[in-house]
Design a protein around this ligand. Structure first.
Ligand SMILES: [Zn+2]
Length: 84
C-alpha cells in the first residue's frame, strides 16, 4: 500500500457544492460519558457551509490518539492534534 497518493485538487462539498480548501477544524468525540476534543486538526473545509472533512491518514492518527486517551480518566480532554 506504499506510495498511495492523495489528490490535492479542489473538491466540492458533498453537502452544498461549495468549494473546499485546506484548513483546520476542531473535532469533538463523545465516547461513553466522556468528551474528547481535538483541536487544530488538518481538514478540508467548505468555504460555504463550513463542513470539514478529514483525510484518511488524519482519521487514522486520531483513532490512535483516542485509544491512548482512553487511559486517562478525565471526563473532558482537550488535545492539540500536533502535540499529541
Ligand atoms: Zn458545504
Amino acid at each position: 500500500m506504499a506510495g498511495r497518493k492523495e489528490k490535492n485538487n479542489t473538491k466540492k462539498c458533498p453537502l452544498c457544492g461549495g468549494r473546499m480548501s485546506d484548513g483546520m477544524t476542531v473535532a469533538p468525540f463523545f465516547i461513553n460519558d466522556r468528551v474528547i476534543v481535538i483541536k487544530d486538526v488538518p481538514a478540508e473545509v467548505c468555504g460555504d457551509c463550513g463542513e470539514a472533512y478529514m483525510k484518511s491518514r488524519v482519521v487514522d492518527r486520531i483513532e490512535a490518539l483516542l485509544d491512548r486517551l482512553e487511559d486517562l480518566h478525565s471526563e473532558v480532554s482537550i488535545v492539540h492534534y500536533k502535540a499529541a
